[in-house]
Ligand binder design. Structure first.
Ligand SMILES: [Zn+2]
Length: 323
C-alpha cells in the first residue's frame, strides 16, 4: 500500500497537525492557535488549512492522503464523527467527520483525545509489542484509554475509559466537575495537587512553596512538585497523599482488566520517580497477586506529541495498516 496519513490533535488552545508515511514517520508538522471563539466553521477551515500546510511543506499531492485521524475532546460519537459538547472548543453537536470529508478527498476518523493517545503509545510509544494495556494521562484532569487485544475498547456508546471519574473516596468533601464527590481526578490530578498546596499554606503550614510564587493563589501542581523535589516536607506530604490515591486507582484498574502494561503520561509524570515508584508499590500491595504479578507500570514515551501521533495511529488503524 502506498500513500500517507494525516493526524490532527484538536485542542482548546492549539491544533497540531502532522503528515506521516504509512510507517507512521512524521514528514511535516503544523501548529496553530485554535480559533475556538469563532465557531465550528472557522475550526473546520483551520484544520483543512493545516492539512494543506503539511502536504505543501512535504511537497505531497493531497490525493495521496489515505486517511485523516482527528483526536478531540469528548463526548463523541466515534462512528458517526460527531462531537457532542466541548466547552473549550465551543463545539456542540458538530459532525466534524462530514464537515471535513466535504472539503477533503480522504476519509476522516475521529477519536477521543485520551483514546487517541493510548493508540499512539500502543503503536509508537511504550506499549509496542503489548496487546492489552491501559494508558492513563494525569494533568489538569485524569483521562485514559483501554486497549484490549490490540484494539481500543469504546464501550456501548464511546464513553469507556473515563477513568478520571471512578470514585476513590466519596467521604472526601471534594466535588468533581462531573458533580460527583471524590472522583479520582478531583483528588489526584495536577489540579488537586495545586489545591492541596494552597490549602496547606492557608492553614498556616510552613513550606518552600511560598518562596516559589508571589501569592498563594499562584500555587499549582508544578509548584508543589518543585518544592517536593527540594525535600519540602509539606509538599512531600501532599505528593505522598496523591500518589496513594493514584496507586489505589491503578490497582482497581489492574484488578478489573489484568493488563500487561499500564502507561502513565501527562504533566504530573514530569515528577518522574517521585510518582511512578510509589504507584508501583501500592499496586503490588493492593492489587490481587495474579494481575499485580504481570503488570508493568511505566512512563509514557511520546511526550507532548502523543496527541498528534495518536491521531496518526487512529488513521493507520482505520485503513488496516496497523492490525
Ligand atoms: Zn467526576
Amino acid at each position: 500500500m502506498e500513500g500517507y496519513v494525516v493526524g490532527v490533535d484538536l485542542g482548546g488552545t492549539k491544533i497540531l497537525t502532522a503528515l506521516a508515511n504509512l510507517e507512521g514517520r512524521i514528514l511535516a508538522k503544523s501548529r496553530q492557535l485554535t480559533k475556538a471563539k469563532e465557531g465550528p466553521e472557522a475550526i473546520i477551515n483551520q484544520i483543512v488549512a493545516s492539512i494543506e500546510e503539511v502536504t505543501g511543506k512535504a511537497n505531497i499531492d493531497n490525493s495521496k492522503i489515505r486517511a485523516v485521524g482527528v483526536g478531540c475532546p469528548g463526548p463523541l460519537n466515534v462512528e458517526k464523527g460527531i462531537i457532542y459538547n466541548t466547552p473549550n472548543l465551543n463545539l456542540k453537536n458538530v459532525n466534524i467527520k462530514e464537515a471535513l470529508e466535504a472539503k477533503l478527498t480522504a476519509p476522516v476518523f475521529i477519536e477521543n483525545d485520551a483514546n487517541a493517545a493510548a493508540l499512539g503509545e500502543k503503536w509508537f510509544g511504550a506499549g509496542q509489542e503489548r496487546d492489552n494495556l491501559i494508558y492513563i494521562t494525569i494533568s489538569t484532569g485524569i483521562g485514559g484509554g483501554i486497549i484490549i487485544n490490540r484494539r481500543l475498547y469504546h464501550g456501548a456508546n464511546d464513553s469507556a475509559g473515563e477513568i478520571g471519574h471512578i470514585v476513590i473516596d466519596p467521604t472526601l468533601d471534594v466535588e468533581c466537575g462531573c458533580g460527583d464527590q471524590g472522583c479520582w481526578e478531583a483528588i489526584a490530578s495536577g489540579t488537586a495537587i495545586g489545591r492541596l498546596g494552597r490549602e496547606a499554606i492557608k492553614q498556616g503550614k510552613q513550606s518552600k512553596m511560598t518562596d516559589l510564587v508571589s501569592e498563594i493563589e499562584e500555587i499549582d501542581g508544578a509548584t508543589v512538585t518543585k518544592a517536593a523535589a527540594n525535600a519540602d516536607k509539606v509538599a512531600l506530604g501532599i505528593i505522598e497523599r496523591v500518589t496513594n490515591y493514584l496507586g489505589i486507582g491503578v490497582a482497581n484498574l489492574v484488578n478489573i482488566l489484568n493488563p500487561e502494561m499500564v502507561i502513565i503520561g501527562g504533566g504530573v509524570t514530569k515528577a518522574g520517580k517521585m510518582i511512578l515508584e510509589p504507584i508501583r508499590e501500592i499496586v503490588a500491595e493492593r492489587a490481587l497477586d495474579a494481575p499485580a504479578g504481570v503488570v508493568e507500570i511505566v512512563s509514557a514515551e511520546l511526550g507532548d506529541d502523543v496527541g498528534v501521533i495518536g491521531a496518526i495511529a487512529k488513521a493507520l488503524v482505520e485503513i488496516g495498516v496497523l492490525l
